[in-house]
Design a protein around this ligand. Structure first.
Ligand SMILES: NC(=O)c1ccc[n+]([C@@H]2O[C@H](COP(=O)([O-])OP(=O)(O)OC[C@H]3O[C@@H](n4cnc5c(N)ncnc54)[C@H](OP(=O)(O)O)[C@@H]3O)[C@@H](O)[C@H]2O)c1
Length: 302
């Protein structure tokens, strides 16, 4: 497994991470044993960065059970405070997360999203206090744009931003990516497979079960779903020519950017994790990247 340094002066982490939203049941309820096997397979195969959040339903407690028997010491554990960011809310959120995860500290504590209802100065100062207390080793943010990162960074420097970034969602490629590059803030892309649209395994007639978040997302229904899948079908042609899978193409396309530290990929079983690992070594030629850009011009709006 390859590693990259987190931010300017953080530790090295694996370039492929495990996103733990699916094991919280948000994309359909999973058996706990399958979740534990997935987490342990990821760590056993060299993935170090595991990402969860206060808001990920049962993810933290399931992850906590998976990290027993010596697994916690082998990973770089990231979680997030979600939605409410008053100092006392952050302080109680971290204590709850540590308890659910069954750990004394987390390696990366992230602000899940920008919330204008809470002054960023007080939020960042609280995050720094948790660091002084040893509950948190490094601080990060998530879904912040360049202007928001700048406001936060002026209060307390931090190591990472976790934006949505994949072949279909490229909004960060303007000033946000450049800001991270300039400041040495590591990018941890979330939803790298566009939540399944980029796996190449779905057909337009597929109906997601009610307990799966995708069951009421416009991108996963009707004509729009079909349009996304048609673009993926074209991209699959390039993956096939290279002898890699569509999933590996989607992950490797993100890793070509030096600002990207670790791609957080969700998985539901050890086989999915195994496939992700194959993306770490893939390189693209200029011609392949141009072909992909051409195909992506057909990406629908929405
Ligand atoms: N900060 C934020 O606001 C935010 C938001 C979203 C996610 N995240 C983080 O980013 C992580 C990744 O995003 P995500 O999990 O939502 O979506 P994702 O990584 O884009 O997609 C994950 C889903 O794709 C399918 N999949 C994964 N590997 C596969 C493989 N090898 N072959 C076929 N299908 C495969 C699985 O679902 P099926 O098999 O059911 O299709 C899996 O649950 C999350 O787990 C979370 O840690 C953060």
């Amino acid at each position: 497994m390859q590693h990259r340094q987190l931010g300017k002066d953080g530790p090295d982490v694996s370039v492929i991470g495990l996103g733990a939203w699916p094991i919280g049941g948000g994309m359909g309820v999973l058996e706990e044993q399958a979740s534990i096997a997935t987490v342990r397979a990821a760590i056993d195969s060299g993935i170090t960065l595991l990402d969860t959040a206060q808001a990920y339903r049962t993810s933290e407690s399931t992850l906590g059970r998976a990290l027993k028997d010596g697994y916690r010491e082998r990973c770089f554990l990231a979680t997030k405070v979600s939605r409410q960011y008053a100092p006392e809310e952050i302080e109680s959120a971290i204590d709850n997360s540590l308890k659910s995860l069954g750990v004394d500290y987390v390696d990366l504590y992230q602000i899940h999203s920008w919330n204008p209802a809470y002054p960023i100065a007080a939020t960042m100062e609280t995050m720094a206090r948790l660091q002084e207390q040893g509950k948190v080793r490094f601080i990060g943010v998530s879904n912040f744009n360049a202007a928001q990162m700048q406001q936060a960074y002026e209060i307390v420097p931090f190591h990472s931003n976790q934006p949505r970034y994949n072949l279909f969602d490229r909004a960060i490629e303007g000033e946000d990516l450049a800001y991270c590059g300039k400041m040495g803030i590591g990018i941890l892309p979330h939803s790298p497979l566009a939540k399944g649209l980029l796996t190449g395994k779905y057909t337009p007639d597929y109906i997601f079960p009610d307990d799966d978040e995708r069951s009421d997302r416009p991108r996963f229904q009707g004509a729009l779903f079909g349009q996304y899948l048609a673009v993926t079908e074209q991209l699959k042609g390039i993956a096939g020519d290279k002898g890699i899978s569509m999933v590996q193409l989607a992950i490797a396309w993100l890793l070509r950017q030096s600002e990207v530290t670790c791609v957080l990929v969700g998985a539901k079983n050890p086989d999915q994790v195994k496939e992700h690992l194959g993306a770490a070594e893939v390189q693209f030629s200029e011609d392949e990247l141009n072909r992909m850009d051409e195909i992506l011009q057909d990406t629908p709006e929405g």
